[in-house]
Structures are given as structure tokens and as C-alpha cells.
Ligand binder design. Structure first.
Ligand code: NDP
Length: 635
């Protein structure tokens, strides 16, 4: 978007020279001058008194402006807003200028302009002077003519087209951790890009412009003015938003008045799937399009290729999929890890479940570390070696890989890990998964235990006090350390945790009438995302051609793997707990398995208790389930 010229926006007073001139300067990223600011006070006073300026009045003023333009060097651009009504004024203006001038005439009829002027309150020009301006006006053939009787949006469209400023294909709002990296990812894939970051005086200044300056070799234009950012984009506009969930609606509301029918807004942040549905509806109702896309991969993924989970209307997805696929990671067959998953909040729902699985996967590794360190007395380097070996096997995963590295990082002579406070923070996606599971009535105990484990960890002070009261047993195991058994326990727990997460997706399909393809979800989670692993690669084929009625534990490949490892999980969990090690997620997977394979559960007793104290009724095994019974238990 860099045309090195002097742009002079001219026309009678009230034609919008300052507003449009400023917007053009924003598009070009260059300086803007308003000729009115160069009038001597005597001219201002004259105009305010309703006395038209004569040529003598204008002489010094035009000379000052000509000197200004004469100082503009080749390779520079500036925009000047100036009435320049007569040819001789225009010639006087450019008499020292060394570089090409682009004249932009803002054209409107007398009544339109008069109407605009009468609405102005704080301008020194009196509407009565308009008549003399129209009399003076000489329109040159060399000027671009822009009709100003339209919306600002349309006027800018015209200006941009006529001066041949190329518009950018994609816009991105929010240059935080994810936004900056995604912007670089997009721009290096030769997508012309406009970026916008809010401007907060004294706090957040020139974020977008500094970002562009740091990356001059890429085709990125930076804006701190939302309106200019929007005008810099080709139609239909494609705007990716990367802000935190709590300010998303605020940003969307600022955007809406600037957008045109069919423009597409894409939320790439972590949002609650119900809110994504509401936002989609709201934008659709006013002729705009909206997509809710979950992305995973953190900072590094955003830069080099994240996994992208898209939800919304298919035709909206089709309009931006080219760009999403460009930036996504690639699977082992070089297909983008980006998929359309369904209407409304499907994309964010899948991303939410992804994060739920991630919470539990992280907790499983943390629990295994605790067992190895406390129960078997291994030092972190020894644990790192074990994790490194496992990472060379079927247990390979991104999370295990980073843990292996974390366990080796020192600060001076000490392990850095030992200096990190053991309070795990959370930003909410794990909790959202638990809430959604409750609403759907789907058991996701490994995920809910992982979320609760973070809450327990945050109670550090209380844990310290309680340890001194209750910690009576040794946490050192009396039995031998069997690495193979531990590996099998970990394998079983991981499979079960994944089955729990994917089951939530399967059940959401039937409740929300989605058609989320579990094999496709596994495929886009094989690269770029935080839960990528060998197991995920296996699930791509395991979940192909599923019978939607069947539970995932019924799949042959799943049951074969669980059969050979489940007893290790049950033993491991019991052993660890008996020595006072907290294993919430290992035990949750073990309990889930035990409960799911138990044909006769004790829930009949629960039903009897409910009926006893609350007359909640029960169904009988010897009668149709729809029939309900109540007993007067006290008799
Ligand atoms: P950051 O906090 O790093 O960046 C947030 C951005 O939002 C900043 O550019 C910030 O601008 C802008 N912003 C904040 N308040 C406002 C406001 N009121 N109006 C306009 N803009 C505002 O967040 P991340 O980049 O980490 O996250 C962005 C989204 O991506 C979130 O939804 C997050 O959950 C999701 N995500 C994050 C991942 C990660 O690993 N970080 C991974 C996957 C998804 P300013 O600089 O001016 O404050």
C-alpha cells in the first residue's frame, strides 16, 4: 500500500477534506496536514466574521503551504487537506514541489454541503461563505473526483479504488501473544495483512506501527485507528480477532458500525461455545458473517502452525478457509490441521474439549512425576531420562517431551522446577468443559478431577498446615520400581482420558445435531496442538467410520490396548494412594473404567435412598423403565 506521492484533498468547505484526508493518511501510514491550521489569525477572524478571503489574504498562507510541500522528499508521502478552489491557488501550492501530486476533489452539490455545514458547531467557517466558494470553484480535469453524498465507508472505498491503493486481504485485531505470532504466520505465507491494536495513551501506544516497523520485510500495515484499519481491507472483509474473551463483545460492537454486508468476523480466541452461537446469531441478523474458531498450539503454534477448529456457517468458513489452511500446521500427509466442524459453537466446543483433555494429560504427567520422585525416590534427571525413553515409544507426546526438558533446566546449581510455586493457575476452559459436561449429562471424571486438582493446588497455605497434622505415613515405596508397569499404567490412563474427551464430542453430536467427525478431530490434533501425540495418530484410524450408537470403549483397537494395560493402572493407582500420594486423574480414569464395565452398579441403592427421603421414585428391573414406583420405606 505504499504509493510515494503528495495527496491533496480539495473542495469547498464542508466537503469532508479533513476527515477523508486523515483517513487516507492513516491508510498510507503517512503525515497529514490541514491547510486550515496554516491560516494566520487575521484570516481566521475574517472568515469567522463571515467575510470572504481575497487573493491578498491567501498569498502568505499559500506560500507557507508551498514551502511545506517543497520540503517533501522523494520516497515520502503526505496528505494535505486544502480548499485549493482555483487553478492559480493550486499552482501556487505546488510551485516548490519536487514530487508527483495526486489531486483528490471532493465533490458535492450546494444543498448537500450546506446541509453538512449547518450541522457543524465548532468550525470557524460560516455557512454564508459557501456561495462564494461555489462561485470560485474551478474543477481541474487532472483531479480524481469523489462524490461525497455517500457514507464515509463508501467514500473511502471510492478513494482507495481511484487512487489505486491496493487493499489488504486479511485484518487482524489484537497484537498480544497469539495475535503477533499469527500475524507473522499469515504475512510470511504471502497474505497482505492489516493489523490493529488499541491505543491507550501512556500505556499502549504505537503497538501496531512498532510491530510493522520490526517486520518491514513483510506485507503488513499497522493501525491504531479502527476505522482506518477496516477501510484498508478488501471486500468482503475478513477480520480475525485475538483478544481475551472478556473484551471480545466490546471489540465486536466497535467493529459493527464500520462493516458492510457479508463481511466476516472470525473469533480465534478461546470463547464459550454458547456465547459463540449468540454472537453468530447477532451478526447474522444484521447481514454480517461470524465464525468461532478454536486454535491450539500456544505461542509457538501460532507462529509456525496451530491446529484450527472452525465453527459457524459453512459458506462463511469457505470464504476464509484459504487463509486458515495457510497458517495451520500440516499433518503427516501434509494436509492442513484445520477443519470445519459444524454450525454455531461447534469449533469452540471442540477446542474446549481439547483443553479439557489437555488439563488431564498435564495432570497425569504431574502425578507420574510425583510418584517417581516421592514414592520411588528418583531425582529429576532420572525422571527426565524415563520420560525421554517413553517419549521414544508409543507413549510419545508433545507434553511428555516438554516435561522431559523442564526436568533438566537449572537455575545455578538448583533445579528451576523446585523454585516454582506449586499453585496451578487456570484460565477457565477446563471449568467450561466441566460445566458443559454437566449440562450434557456426560461423565468426564478425568477432566473434572484435573480441574479440581488445580483448585486444590491453589490452597498452598492450608496444605502446609494440614501436612503437619496428618502426614504420618512414609511416602517411600517398599516394593520394587517396575518401569514397564508404570509405563503401562500411564498408557491405560491416557487412553481412558482421551476416550472420555472424545465421548463428550460423540454425545454432543447427538444432543446438538452436529456431525463432528471424531477421526477428523483426531487428525487436526496430530500436529500443531498441545495434545499431539502418537496416540492421537492412532485415533485417526481407530475413529474412522464409527457407528454413532456405539460407545468408544466398544472399539476393537481401544479394547485391545486397554486389556493389556488396565491391570497396571489399577495396581499403580491403589499402590500410590495407599502410600499417601494424591492421584486424582489416574484414579479417575481407573474408576471410570471400573464403573463403565460393571453391569450391576450400586446405583439401585442410591435410587432407594432418594425414594426413601424424598419420594423421588424409581424404576424396576422387572418392569418397563418408563414405569415409576414409590415405596413407603418406613413401614
Ligand atoms: P494477550 O493478553 O497476550 O493479548 C490480548 C490482546 O487483546 C492484546 O492485543 C490487547 O491489547 C487486546 N485487548 C485487551 N483489552 C482490549 C480491549 N478492551 N479492546 C481491544 N483490545 C484489547 O492474549 P493472548 O494473545 O494470549 O490470547 C488471545 C486469545 O487467544 C484469548 O482468547 C486466549 O484465550 C486465546 N488463546 C491463547 C493461547 C495462548 O497460549 N496464549 C492459546 C490459544 C488460544 P493491549 O496490548 O493493548 O492490552
Amino acid at each position: 500500500m505504499n504509493n510515494h506521492l503528495v495527496y491533496i484533498v480539495f473542495g469547498v468547505s464542508g466537503s469532508g477534506k479533513t476527515t477523508i484526508g486523515r483517513l487516507i493518511a492513516n491508510q498510507l501510514g503517512c503525515d497529514f496536514f490541514d491547510a486550515d491550521d496554516f491560516h494566520p489569525q487575521v484570516n481566521i477572524d475574517k472568515m469567522a466574521a463571515g467575510i470572504p478571503l481575497n487573493d491578498k489574504d491567501r498569498k502568505d498562507w499559500l506560500e507557507r503551504l508551498a514551502e511545506l510541500l517543497g520540503q517533501i522528499e522523494k520516497g515520502q508521502s503526505v496528505v494535505l487537506a486544502c480548499s485549493a478552489l482555483k487553478e492559480k491557488y493550486r499552482q501556487a501550492l505546488i510551485k516548490h514541489s519536487q514530487i508527483a501530486i495526486q489531486w483528490i476533489f471532493l465533490e458535492g452539490n450546494y444543498s448537500t454541503i450546506l446541509n453538512r455545514l449547518s450541522q457543524r458547531t465548532r468550525h470557524f467557517f460560516k455557512p454564508e461563505l459557501l456561495h462564494s466558494q461555489f462561485n470560485d470553484l474551478e474543477v481541474p480535469e487532472y483531479a480524481i473526483r469523489i462524490n461525497v453524498s455517500k457514507s464515509k465507508n463508501k467514500i473511502m472505498e471510492d478513494v482507495m479504488n481511484q487512487i489505486g491503493l491496493e487493499k489488504n486481504k486479511v485484518g487482524l485485531i489484537g497484537l498480544g501473544v497469539m495475535g503477533k505470532n499469527l500475524a507473522l504466520n499469515l504475512a510470511t505465507k504471502s497474505t497482505s495483512l492489516s493489523v490493529y491494536n488499541r491505543e491507550l495513551k501512556g500505556l499502549e501506544e504505537n503497538i501496531a506501527k512498532d510491530f510493522c516497523n520490526e517486520n518491514k520485510e513483510l506485507s503488513i500495515n499497522g493501525f491504531d485507528n479502527l476505522e482506518s484499519f477496516v477501510y484498508s481491507l478488501s471486500l468482503p472483509r475478513k477480520i480475525f480477532i485475538l483478544v481475551k474473551a472478556d473484551v471480545l463483545d466490546q471489540v465486536i460492537d466497535q467493529l459493527i458500525p464500520l462493516l458492510q454486508e457479508n463481511d466476516i468476523v472470525v473469533d480465534l480466541g478461546n470463547s464459550q461455545y454458547q456465547l459463540t452461537r449468540t454472537r453468530e446469531q447477532k451478526l447474522n441478523d444484521i447481514g454480517l458473517r461470524f465464525l468461532g474458531c478454536g486454535i491450539s498450539g500456544g505461542e509457538e503454534g501460532a507462529l509456525n502452525g496451530p491446529s484450527i477448529m472452525a465453527g459457524g456457517k459453512k459458506e462463511a468458513y469457505n470464504a476464509v478457509s484459504e487463509y486458515l489452511k495457510k497458517i495451520a500446521s500440516k499433518d503427516k500427509s501434509n494436509y492442513p490441521c484445520c477443519a470445519y466442524l459444524g454450525s454455531g459453537g461447534a469449533g469452540h466446543f471442540v477446542k474446549m474439549v481439547h483443553n479439557g483433555i489437555e488439563y488431564a494429560e498435564m495432570q497425569l504427567i504431574a502425578e507420574m512425576y510425583q510418584v517417581l520422585r516421592k514414592l520411588y525416590n528418583l531425582d529429576p534427571i532420572g525422571i527426565s531420562k524415563i520420560f525421554a525413553q517413553w517419549n521414544q515409544s508409543e507413549l510419545n507426546s508433545y507434553l511428555l517431551g516438554i516435561t522431559e526438558k523442564i526436568l533438566k533446566v537449572k537455575e545455578g546449581k538448583d533445579l528451576l522446577l523446585d523454585k516454582i510455586l506449586d499453585k496451578a493457575k487456570q484460565k477457565g476452559t477446563g471449568g467450561w468443559t466441566v460445566q458443559a459436561a454437566l449440562e450434557l449429562g456426560v461423565p468426564i471424571s478425568s477432566i473434572s478431577e484435573a480441574v479440581m486438582a488445580r483448585s486444590t493446588s491453589s490452597m498452598k497455605n492450608m496444605r502446609v498446615k494440614l501436612e503437619s497434622i496428618y502426614r504420618f505415613n512414609s511416602q517411600k515405596s517398599d516394593s520394587e520400581f517396575e518401569e514397564d508397569e508404570l509405563a503401562k499404567a500411564y498408557k491405560a490412563a491416557r487412553i481412558l482420558n482421551h476416550i472420555i474427551g472424545f465421548e463428550m464430542l460423540r454425545q454432543a453430536n447427538s444432543q446438538f445435531r452436529w456431525e463432528i467427525d471424531l477421526s477428523e478431530v483426531a487428525r487436526i490434533w496430530t500436529k500443531g496442538c498441545i495434545i499431539r501425540s502418537n496416540l492421537m495418530e492412532e485415533f485417526v484410524s481407530t475413529f474412522k467410520n464409527l457407528n454413532s450408537e456405539n460407545h468408544l470403549l466398544q472399539l476393537d483397537q481401544v479394547s485391545e490396548n486397554i486389556r493389556t494395560s488396565i491391570s497396571s493402572l489399577l495396581k499403580f493407582t491403589g499402590h500410590g494412594i495407599s502410600y499417601g500420594i494424591s492421584l486424582p486423574v489416574f484414579s479417575a480414569t481407573a474408576n471410570y473404567f471400573n464403573a463403565m464395565v460393571e453391569s450391576q452398579s450400586p446405583a439401585n441403592l442410591i435410587q432407594a435412598q432418594r425414594d426413601f427421603f424424598g419420594a423421588h421414585t424409581y424404576s424396576r428391573v422387572d418392569r418397563p423403565e418408563e414405569e415409576i414406583y414409590h415405596t413407603n420405606w418406613t413401614i
